[in-house]
Design a protein around this ligand. Structure first.
Ligand SMILES: Nc1ncnc2c1ncn2[C@@H]1O[C@H](COP(=O)(O)OP(=O)(O)O)[C@@H](O)[C@H]1O
Ligand SMILES: [Mg+2]
Length: 257
């Protein structure tokens, strides 16, 4: 059997004394979409930042096609085919849409960049209309599209998406997820998607993990997680919300039963 494209083994991460990841392991097979679900502060962003080399883990391994990449410079990780669309859709606000897309292709040495731009506009036609516009003047949803489009310009083997639905209107969330689904189905893009929006994420994902307090609390095929009572309760609205607005998984004692 071939190794998964991405393997995360027992990652432990700290911010000073705060332990943000407590031994996280997961696999992302080639061509699949894997969702990591979890509320605020669960460790989702820390996981993606560690996988893409922005943060160094205290312990554990990240393997891309079986090759360890933890601790390697982020730009070398991009060159090896892994791109990260960060939380909060960090586009370059003063650069035009076109210049942002060119930045995404900076690791490319081949001549296929203009063809890829054409393919990207097929998925994101609105970006073609806004080509000369500074990215900072786009709407939130358009900026999210640009962030994903820019990542695609690197022709990645695997794309990490950090909460693409965050702060977007329900209509825009549907549009973004429709594009994510097309990228998966038409182009076979492998994805590791972290989300609080379990409904959308499990709809597109093949497999899911639930992250809570820096640990995997539950995992399984997306179809099975969708039927899981705890997850249904979480995403159908019957969840507890703390005074700080944090979502908490309600019946966590039942996770492992
Ligand atoms: N820069 C930071 N400094 C200190 N603690 C942090 C920092 N970033 C995140 N944390 C803490 O690490 C934990 C995980 O955060 P994060 O990975 O951002 O979670 P999520 O993306 O799931 O909301 C939280 O307890 C958070 O407060
Ligand atoms: Mg986050």
């Amino acid at each position: 059997m071939s190794v998964p494209l991405l393997e995360v083994r027992n990652l432990e991460c700290f911010y000073g004394p705060v332990m943000a990841l407590r031994g996280v392991s997961l696999d992302v097979p080639e061509g699949k979409t894997v969702a990591v679900l979890g509320g605020n502060g669960a460790g989702k962003t820390t996981l993606l930042r560690t996988v893409s080399g922005i943060m160094d883990p205290e312990k554990g391994e990240v393997l891309l096609s079986g090759v360890p990449i933890a601790g390697i410079e982020p730009d070398r990780i991009v060159r090896s085919g892994l791109v990260h669309v960060p939380e909060g859709r960090e586009v370059f606000p003063l650069l035009s849409v076109e210049e942002n897309l060119e930045m995404g292709a900076y690791t490319r040495r081949d001549g296929g960049v203009s063809e890829d731009a054409a393919a990207v506009f097929d998925y994101f036609p609105v970006l073609r209309e806004r080509l000369r516009q500074p990215a900072g003047t786009l709407s939130g949803g358009e900026q999210q599209m640009l962030a994903i489009a820019r990542a695609l310009m690197a022709r990645p083997r695997i794309m990490l998406l950090d909460e693409p639905s965050l702060g977007l209107s329900p209509v825009m969330v549907r549009d973004i997820f429709a594009i994510i689904r097309r990228l998966k189905e038409e182009r076979g893009v492998t994805m590791l998607l972290v989300e609080q929006n379990a409904t959308m994420a499990l709809d597109v994902a093949d497999f899911g993990y639930v992250l809570e307090n820096g640990q995997i609390a539950l995992d399984g095929p997306a179809e099975r997680l969708k039927r899981n009572a705890d997850i249904r309760e979480f995403y159908l609205g019957a969840r507890t919300v703390s005074p700080r607005g944090d979502r908490r998984w309600k019946r966590r004692k039942t996770w492992r039963s």
